[in-house]
Design a protein around this ligand. Structure first.
Ligand SMILES: CC(C)(COP(=O)(O)OP(=O)(O)OC[C@H]1O[C@@H](n2cnc3c(N)ncnc32)[C@H](O)[C@@H]1OP(=O)(O)O)[C@@H](O)C(=O)NCCC(=O)NCCSC(=O)CCC(=O)O
Ligand SMILES: NC(=[NH2+])NCCC[C@H](N)C(=O)O
Length: 335
């Protein structure tokens, strides 16, 4: 894993074409992707610390072929240029003594509760590389990046999962709710949002709470459900310590997962160590990273720990990270 550069545009564009829609942060649009790479360059070139509105795009490189095979993103703080809206799923319980009846009404309320959070997203692994642990490398490399640039991020981190999309590319949640206020179908709104930002949502979205009982059955059925392709991503987020706190995407009803940065497993388990030796092969498979900003790199490595606590790394990983004996790196377990 390394941070992305301007010349990654073409491969990012090719991957964006494979996502199948609803993937807000990876639109198949060259101008939008170019803007993301420019923002990444700015964020990585910034020498003053502290929290700014940074975007970091990272890429997974097959070092044998040099090909980029996956990507992911970190937004340091959402909701700075335009409001970051979510629906919060709440309950209003009412009781009628005369009828001896209690009704629990589910309500969706428009909020900006998650504003200021760090967001991870845009997670995509080339279909041919899946199911071998590389998805975890992609996702977790971001948590080590955040940890190792800690003053540039706040305390809370979120991740949005795509909601359910039907065979025709439509969203039952959109059709039952927001679509009635925008005069466009889900795909049009999704594309517009990915390319132009979401101010139009702020302008046209209904502001009063919505009783879910008044939605269509098909819209209600998908509230808080991830797109089937997003189940692996959701599973990885849960393992990392994110929870489903009842926030859903206002477009497609997909769940927004919430975590505390310092309590993420990768962050809590990470250790800064000094490379004492380099060995040929073998050891415990771990996430290992080194370097700051544009020099950040992360891979799976094989670590051997001596009885005196000295750390040795396999030669191939040390070479990938360009690490020599005596240099510092970060490692995290559960690979
Ligand atoms: C998400 C990734 C990158 C995940 O990579 P892989 O598919 O290789 O992952 P994996 O190693 O096979 O699986 C990771 C974990 O998910 C579990 N898993 C796999 N498929 C599952 C399914 N259908 N239902 C439930 N769990 C499933 C595995 O058992 C494993 O958990 P155990 O280790 O416990 O066994 C990929 O699937 C992908 O590119 N998907 C398409 C794009 C996408 O939907 N991206 C997410 C967008 S949402 C987003 O970007 C926000 C989320 C984020 O950024 O983190
Ligand atoms: N509910 C949604 N469509 N959310 C879009 C986010 C999907 C994915 N996390 C991305 O970064 O692109």
């Amino acid at each position: 894993m390394r941070t992305a550069r301007a010349d990654d545009l073409q491969t990012l564009y090719e991957m964006a074409k494979l996502t199948g829609g609803g993937f807000t942060n990876l639109p198949p649009d060259r101008a939008a992707l170019t803007a993301k790479l420019e923002r990444t360059e700015q964020a990585l070139g910034r020498q003053d610390g502290g929290i700014k509105d940074d975007l970091i795009v990272l890429v997974l490189v097959n070092t044998q072929t040099g090909q980029v095979r996956g990507t992911c993103q970190i937004f340091s703080t959402v909701g700075q240029n335009w409001p970051f809206y979510s629906y919060r799923l709440g309950v209003l319980t009412q009781h009628s003594r005369e009828l001896a009846r209690t009704f629990r009404a589910q309500m969706l309320s428009l909020t900006t509760d998650l504003e200021g959070s760090t967001e991870v997203g845009g997670l995509f692994l080339h279909p041919r590389e899946r199911a071998e642990g590389l998805g975890l490398l992609l996702a977790r490399s971001r948590y080590l990046y955040i940890r190792n640039h800690r003053d540039r991020f706040g305390d809370r981190v979120i991740a949005e999962l795509r909601g359910v999309i039907d065979e025709a590319g439509g969203s039952p949640f959109w059709d039952g709710l927001a679509g009635r206020f925008f005069g466009m179908n889900f795909q049009e709104a999704d594309e517009f949002n990915a390319v132009n930002g979401n101010q139009f949502i702020a302008d046209l979205m209904p502001k009063t709470p919505i009783y879910t009982a008044m939605l269509t059955d098909s819209a209600r059925a998908v509230i808080g459900l991830p797109h089937p392709n997003g189940r692996a991503a959701m599973r990885m987020l849960e393992t990392e310590g994110f929870t489903n706190a009842g926030y859903v995407d206002i477009f497609d009803g997909g769940p927004t997962m919430v975590g505390q940065i310092d309590q993420l497993r990768t962050v809590a388990q990470a250790r800064d160590v000094t490379l004492a030796a380099i060995h040929d092969k073998g050891g415990d498979k771990m996430l290992v990273s080194t370097g700051l900003l544009a020099d950040y790199r992360c891979t799976y490595g094989y670590v051997q720990e001596g009885e005196d606590g000295s750390i040795s790394l396999d030669a191939a990983s040390a070479a990938l990270l360009q690490l020599d004996v005596g240099q510092a790196f970060t490692m995290a377990g559960r690979a």
